[in-house]
Design a protein around this ligand. Structure first.
Ligand code: IVH
Length: 703
């Protein structure tokens, strides 16, 4: 038997290695590049195969195996880690205007003794991620240690937790140096954060003790990394971006901090090249990294990212500028643990802490009651905020916002400010939880919340002063009958003084009544009177839209006017007839019927007609005689003299349809200045493009 060839036993070790490398590659495609090349089920199958193999042959289990991400035991405390290369901080540019970027460039040039005539310097611009810094140590290509920053010299060993982050490679490819340290930011995406808090809320609701929701993604991420039990850390969805590479100087070589951080990097032309390598070695590197030239490049990046900030899937608190050349980084040196070659240029904070002075309930046009937190004034997102919406009853309950609470307020972009969360530990006194009022705070009518709706509504309708005011403002709006200069302050006075309760009252006011209003000069009173007079000449869609019927927006009003041709036909239409109109579904149809079934609403229409409001009533549908009937136009950009509304109205008067997007069916596109994608699309489809002059010519009645 001995001279026989050995029985062919499968090479389990090679198979395990093959499975590991396949899983590693697909994991990178999935977690880092977000571009999987195999279905999830296939990945799971490979994963289970490797698990089974390791189960049967435990000696094949390696620390870099994808099955070993959540392997570690819980610990009592974290071990300390001495950073061989210190983790430096970054200077913060205090001037948040664009001047901040320019003064950084000026400082750098001065220190490098650049002359005015010398060419602009190259910088790498990056995002300043709002997470926590981490150091990852690789030896023989394998992740061996992950540590927090700590005080920059000594951090905490959080290897077990960091291993659970799928975006962090456990093994590096052969082209990477065998021993290296990568630094970057661990963070939590906003959607992951919301989902985590949602899960936490469910746990709390079902009675779980010792569970809490998190204030923001950064706190949630920091908490996860510092969990003692890796099983718990693994349940928190964390992400990672790499932004620096370091090599350890030999043990016997003691280098000053900056020299230590730059040790071995002279082999790379610049920081941008370092980042390219990190990406090649499988680390996630932000796609927003850019190489820019001089101060103008820095400013342009700052502006670009400020615009983009709210669309990013994660929080940033600014941008970072870094001198690209490693050689210059070395020349620049450092001051008090901050290198002179980098600076963080912050954005205004989007979240701040303040206190809730009161919770008011506001009444909207359709009677919707909205709870609003009245806040101690706080500067957030670039403005001073004193009100923040609490949306509705469920939201207030969910966040448990109470008067006197310390809260986190968020204002991002132009979105209305909102209360994000309550700092419960700051709640000193027993306070009452919030209840929606049972009656409208303005007119005292019953407030009801219908089944399946989130909002309470005042049932007072147009008897409710808040709704009267909103109804009048809506009717007077430019896109409705357009009463110029009739603003909120004037409407408040008119309604509060009892001069106007219903829409027709507006048309019954004489000069002396207008002139008697606060701060109303004779000229303004005359102007208003003239505007009211002018608004009497309107169109059916504008009039109908102006009535403020729930669910009847401009487009629906137009469709109704076109279909029925006249006001009476609309008021009398049955549900079935209303449903014939393109654009009108059961909800809209019902809303119209409910509105016109109320005698006082029909009375308003009658009275308005009596007061002299007129519009042309078209024959239903049949305006095929009009010159542009059957043609569709798209308007884009800013026209030299006409507003877009005016151009649209003129086209529609001539029988054309005006659409919002370009398609093969578009007759022509009317383009003004700064026309963008719609114009491009028209050109690519070969659709004629008209300027304002050509449009006016088109609309000229035939001689
Ligand atoms: S570089 C010497 N780049 O900001 C410069 N830091 O102290 C070393 N941070 O908490 C840091 N985004 O985690 C660098 N693109 C970025 C960064 C960044 C965020 C954090 C870092 C640390 C602080 C700097």
């Amino acid at each position: 038997m001995s001279d026989q060839a050995p029985a062919v036993t499968p090479d389990w070790s090679a198979q395990a290695a093959d499975l590991r490398s396949q899983l590693q590659r697909h994991g990178h495609l999935y977690y880092v590049l977000d571009a999987p090349s195999i279905p999830d089920a296939q990945y799971d199958r490979l994963f289970r195969q490797l698990q089974a193999l390791e189960e049967a042959h435990p000696e094949l289990r390696t620390p870099d195996s994808p099955t070993q991400r959540v392997g570690g035991q819980a610990v009592d405390a974290f071990a300390s880690v001495l950073h061989r290369v210190p983790m430096l901080s970054i200077q913060t540019e205090t001037d948040i205007s664009e001047h901040g970027a320019r003064s950084f460039d000026a400082r750098v040039r001065k220190q490098l003794h650049c002359q005015a005539a010398d060419p602009p310097l190259d910088y790498v611009t990056e995002l300043k991620f709002d997470g926590l810094a981490i150091s990852l140590l690789y030896a023989d290509h394998v992740l061996v240690q992950a540590a927090t920053r700590g005080d920059g010299a000594v951090g905490e060993d959080v290897t077990h937790n960091v291993r659970t982050i799928c975006q962090i490679p456990l093994r590096l490819p052969p082209q990477a140096p065998t021993k290296l340290e990568v630094r970057g930011e661990i963070y939590m995406r906003r959607d992951d954060f919301e989902a985590l808090n949602e899960r936490q809320r469910k746990k709390i609701a079902s009675g779980a003790k010792n569970e809490k929701t998190f204030v923001n993604p950064r706190n949630a991420a920091a908490g996860a990394v510092r969990q003692l039990d890796p099983q718990m850390a693994a349940q928190r969805p964390l992400s990672f971006f790499a932004y620096a590479l370091h090599f350890h100087p030999p043990q016997d070589l003691t280098l000053p901090p900056l020299e230590a951080t730059l040790f071995g990097l002279q082999a790379y032309a610049g920081h941008a090249e370092v980042l390219r390598h990190l990406k090649d070695w499988g680390f996630p590197v932000s796609q927003h990294v850019k190489v820019v030239s001089g101060p103008d490049g820095l400013v342009a990046f700052h502006q670009e990212i400020a615009r983009l900030r709210d669309q990013l899937p994660f929080d940033i608190d600014g941008v970072v500028y870094k001198v690209n050349s490693i050689e210059r980084q070395a020349l620049l040196g450092m001051v008090s643990r901050e290198p002179r070659w980098a600076v963080a240029h912050k954005f205004p904070a989007q979240e701040e802490i303040t206190t809730v002075m009161a919770i008011d309930v506001q009444v909207g046009r359709t009677g919707k009651l909205t709870p609003v937190a009245k806040l101690a004034p706080v500067f957030v997102g670039g403005v001073t905020v004193t009100n923040a919406t609490l949306h509705n009853e469920d939201e207030v309950r969910r966040k448990d916002v109470r008067v006197g609470d310390t809260v986190v307020v968020r204002r991002a972009g132009d979105v209305i400010p909102e209360v994000v969360s309550v700092l419960l530990e700051k709640r000193l006194h027993e306070s009452d939880c919030f209840h929606m009022p049972t009656h409208c705070p303005v007119c005292n009518s019953l407030a009801v919340r219908e089944v399946g709706e989130a909002d309470y509504r005042c049932t007072g309708g147009l008897f409710c002063r808040a709704q009267q005011k909103q109804a009048i403002l809506h009717f007077a709006h430019r896109r409705a009958v357009d009463i110029e200069d009739l603003g909120e302050k004037i409407v408040d006075q008119l309604v509060d003084a009892g001069l106007v309760n219903t829409l027709p009252d507006l048309y019954r006011l004489g000069f002396s009544q207008w002139a008697a209003l606060e701060r109303m000069a004779e000229k303004s009173a005359n102007n208003l009177l003239a505007s009211v007079e002018k608004s009497k000449q309107t169109t059916l869609p504008k009039f109908l839209f102006g009535l403020g019927i729930r669910h009847v927006g401009e487009a629906t009003a137009k469709a109704l006017a076109k279909h029925f041709g006249g006001m009476d036909a609309i008021m009398d239409a049955s549900i079935e007839q209303l449903l014939q109109v393109a654009d009108v579904g059961p909800v809209v149809a019902q809303s119209l019927r409910t509105f016109f079934d109320q005698a006082h609403n029909r009375e308003v229409v009658e009275q308005l007609r009596f007061c002299g409001l007129t519009w042309s009533e078209d024959a239903p549908q049949g305006r095929l005689d009009l010159p542009l009937a059957g043609h569709t136009y798209v308007i884009t950009g800013t026209l030299p003299t006409l507003s877009r509304d005016q151009a649209q109205e003129m086209l529609e008067q001539a029988g054309a349809k005006v659409a919002g997007s370009v398609s093969k069916k578009t007759t022509a596109v009317v383009a003004g200045e700064a026309a963008g994608s719609k114009l491009e699309k028209a050109l690519s489809l070969g659709i004629p493009v008209l300027d304002e002059a050509a449009l006016l010519q088109l609309l000229q009645p035939p001689a």
